[in-house]
Design a protein around this ligand. Sequence first.
Ligand code: ADE
Ligand code: ZN
Length: 339
Amino acid sequence: MNNTSVEDFIKDIPKAELHMHIEGSFEPELMFEIAHRNGIKIKYPSVAALKKAYRFNNLQEFLDIYYAGAAVLIKEQDFYDLTWAYLTKVHQENLVHTEIFFDPQTHTERGISFEIVINGIRRALEDGKEKLGISYRLIMSFLRHLDEASAFKTLEEAIPYKEWIAGVGLDSSELGNPPSLFERVFAKSREEGFLVVAHAGEEGPAEYIWEALDLLKVNRIDHGNRCLEDIDLVKRLANEQLPLTLCPLSNLELKVVENLKDHPVVEMMSHNLLVTVNSDDPAYFGGYMNANYIAIAKALKLSKKQITKLVKNSFKSSWLSDDEKEEHLLKVDQYFNDN
Ligand code: ADE
Ligand code: ZN
């Protein structure tokens, strides 16, 4: 063990991300550039003015701005540029594997075809694999503020691209839109061979996490913060080692926690929950993977050992093959021993 600072330790450790919405990586500068070339006027006069609007009291206030931003994406190249920008950014942060969400309905509802969206994203992901060495899985997320019929239609549109999509998810406005509303479309998705995840317990109650487990039969829970309100649920998640994809800076910016010192990650680890650190919507919440790790490491005084555990949890919780997981875990252990 040498005296690498915790910050440098975080920056250089090879990491995986499991919860990141590609539309949430849309940096204001790129948004203005793409809007300009598509002849679309953004409601804010400048990048600075837009950034000033990034103050949220809850999930919905964020979502309203996030969907407005995504509305300037029109062409396949726009989706390529968006995805490529994310990949080059996280490559500099030693991210070696990423499992990203895209929200097809955000685009198909505006008349952009599923094909345009997925072709652009996929081409960038393939380039990222080849040129940057970042492996990936793509997750198609249903918008829970839209109805079941819209989700079924989206699933149908995804079938020709099945080989490109590892799993389906559930995101958008959580309160009032419980997982139970999507039980049938998730059953059909599983039948089609997709892995399944769902956002649950970010703003919604522990009950929504039970529903995601029992009705949607998810492989991972996105967020899951409010599981701590129900000890039986905590025991179940710990016993099954069902991963939770936590997003600290997102939680802070959306007021899920008041202060990062109150973030539940350490308490969750003490319950033996399989928790991971992720950026959610990095362009909106003040940072990518390293910023998230550094923020909680500072607020909660995490040791290198705890950080290493979190990093290993991400590889364990990923959808890589067992051999690939083993390879990454060995490298992380080696890094810990050397630093
Ligand atoms: N879509 C993008 N980010 C989200 C989040 N944090 N919760 C729900 N839906 C989202
Ligand atoms: Zn999310």
